[in-house]
Design a protein around this ligand. Structure first.
Ligand code: UDX
Ligand code: UDX
Ligand code: ADP
Length: 461
């Protein structure tokens, strides 16, 4: 039997659901794609006439939205209606780390996934293919399946795992030209129906099918391996600083070994983003659940190294500024967890800022894509101090020149391209002396900065 999909619904219009559905709609003009979300404000932003108001910034996204929106791509808060009409439903809701009860701080909170499954079971009047898009712990499909199997009317549901590997900042190009598409499932017809969608633009050789559990575990494993590479090179960056080696030279030298490869070897102030930490914590939690202590400890070290890198960068700033930053203005360039995104989840900048604020520094923050309200929301969410204190100590600026004026030090937290184009001479001229520059992304050229008169520090040399 061949299943012909005419209507798709995606629950969760976030960083994963939004770009993914936009590309599917663009590549499949005859399929009607509806993105639904409980968050009415987010849906209104997706529907905004001004494309600059979209809730997510991704290069190339607004052009696709402009082409497809109100044609075959729709954004709505009417979740039940969209579920009922669709033959295929993607679940793309958030799965944050649990902050209460059993597994607090480690396990993924699956309440939103479970709610979606229950809602699909309650609303459906016909059988459907349900696709897990969100990153979830291995065996979540079993939960979804058991809820759907209990739906009234004996409807036939198929559950597929189709993890999304896009990285933020390059979401659209990753979706258009993926390294692979992974589909885990039990029903050949359901797998084929999803394959038919991707095959419109992805070479069939790149579409891999596995059992459900391999697919679920592959997503966690991919993120754990990527994060582990960053922690590994960051560990070496500290050793470089002690030995006179240069971490970029080391990275280039090892990366030319085809067994190692050159990607994901950029030393930094620490990885952030919604996935790496959450997924590793999840992997560690699952391993502990099965009493696999050595496995759990092995992967946990990746997180501990990342925490160390963030605090060591912040400590280095304090130590260099003569062991006190109390009352000193420190400009922070970048708040997003990487360039080309407005996402700040788990951004290293938040933790470095918190550390410096505890030392009573006056922080002046600039990020090209993150709003002041988001910056305050992030720092308030850590709950180290009251929001009044955060507003007294931290200011947000509209350009780097304003942020750096009168500063004792500048710290680069995100590798935005525009920071390379800054007129650093002007920045230096308007700072106090000695003018310290702490480059947490190895973005600038040491010689050039030293010639301008900066006291320049970068991680890993
Ligand atoms: C290694 C390095 O590869 C080489 O570059 C360096 O110069 C010397 O050390 P070698 O020890 O000769 O070379 O063999 P290698 O192929 O790296 O294997 C080392 C061990 O890892 C072997 O026991 C091998 O069986 C094991 N291995 C390797 C695995 O278990 N799985 C793998 O995927 C690869
Ligand atoms: C990651 C995975 O790459 C993606 O496949 C998965 O679907 C979701 O998680 P993302 O978190 O969006 O994507 O961005 P990524 O490019 O992986 O960067 C994660 C963090 O690692 C960022 O903070 C980045 O700055 C940091 N990083 C990455 C480094 O510090 N050094 C590197 O070499 C690479
Ligand atoms: P991700 O990075 O995984 O896409 P986001 O937090 O950006 O995560 O997006 C997830 C979206 O899912 C949020 O906008 C949230 O409002 C939405 N969501 C969560 N639970 C439900 C639900 N039961 N029904 C509809 N939308 C939901």
């Amino acid at each position: 039997m061949k299943l012909n999909i005419k209507k798709i619904c995606c629950i969760g219009a976030g960083y994963v659901g939004g770009p993914t559905m936009a590309v599917i709609a663009d590549k499949c003009p005859e399929i009607q794609v509806t993105l639904v979300d409980l968050n009415a404000e987010r849906i209104a932003a997706w529907n905004s006439a001004d494309l600059g108001e979209l809730p997510i910034y991704e290069p190339g996204l607004s052009e696709i939205i402009e082409r497809t929106r109100h044609k075959n791509l729709f954004f709505s808060t009417q979740v039940d209606k969209a579920i009922e009409e669709a033959e295929m439903i993607f679940i793309s809701v958030n799965t944050p780390t649990k902050n209460y009860g059993v597994g607090k701080g480690m396990a993924a909170d699956l309440k939103y996934i479970e709610l979606c499954a229950r809602q699909i079971a309650r609303v459906s009047k016909s059988g459907k293919i349900v696709v897990e898009k969100s990153t979830i712990p291995v065996r979540t499909a079993a939960t979804i399946k058991s809820i759907l199997e209990d739906a009234e009317g004996g409807l036939e549901f198929h559950v597929l795992s189709n993890p999304e590997f896009l990285a933020e900042g390059s979401a659209i190009s990753d979706l258009i030209d993926p390294d692979r598409i992974l589909i885990g499932g039990e029903s050949d017809e359901a797998i084929q129906a999803l394959k038919d969608i991707y095959q419109r633009w992805v070479n069939p050789d790149k579409i891999l099918t596995t059992n459900l559990w391999s697919s679920e575990l592959s997503k966690l494993t991919a993120n754990a391996f990527l994060a582990q590479r960053v922690s590994s090179i960051n560990a070496i960056s500290e050793l470089c600083e002690k030995t006179g080696a240069n971490v970029d030279e080391v990275a280039t030298a090892i990366g030319m070994d085809s067994r190692i490869g050159s990607k994901f070897l950029k030393a930094s102030v620490g990885f952030g983003g919604s996935c790496f930490q959450k997924d590793i914590l999840n992997l560690v939690y699952i391993a502990r659940t099965y009493n696999l202590t050595e496995v759990a400890d092995y992967w946990e070290q990746v997180i501990l190294m990342n925490d160390h890198q963030k605090s060591r960068f912040a400590n280095h700033i304090v130590n260099t500024l003569f062991n006190t930053v109390n009352g000193k203005r420190i400009a922070m360039l970048g708040w997003a967890f990487k360039k080309d995104t407005n996402d700040t989840r788990e951004s290293a900048a938040i933790y470095v800022a918190d550390h410096l604020l505890t030392e009573m520094a006056q922080l002046a923050v600039y990020d090209p894509k993150v709003s002041a309200s988001k910056i305050y929301q992030d720092i308030d969410a850590i709950s180290t101090r009251s929001s009044e204190e955060n507003r007294d100590l931290l200011s947000v600026h509209l350009n780097p020149y304003e942020a750096c004026r009168g500063a004792h030090a500048v710290a680069i937290l995100t590798e935005w391209d525009e920071f390379k184009e800054i007129d650093w001479q002007t920045i230096k001229d308007n700072m106090l002396n000695p003018a310290f520059l702490f480059d947490g992304r190895r973005l600038l050229d040491r010689k050039e900065m030293e010639n301008l008169g900066f006291k320049y520090y970068t991680l890993g040399e």
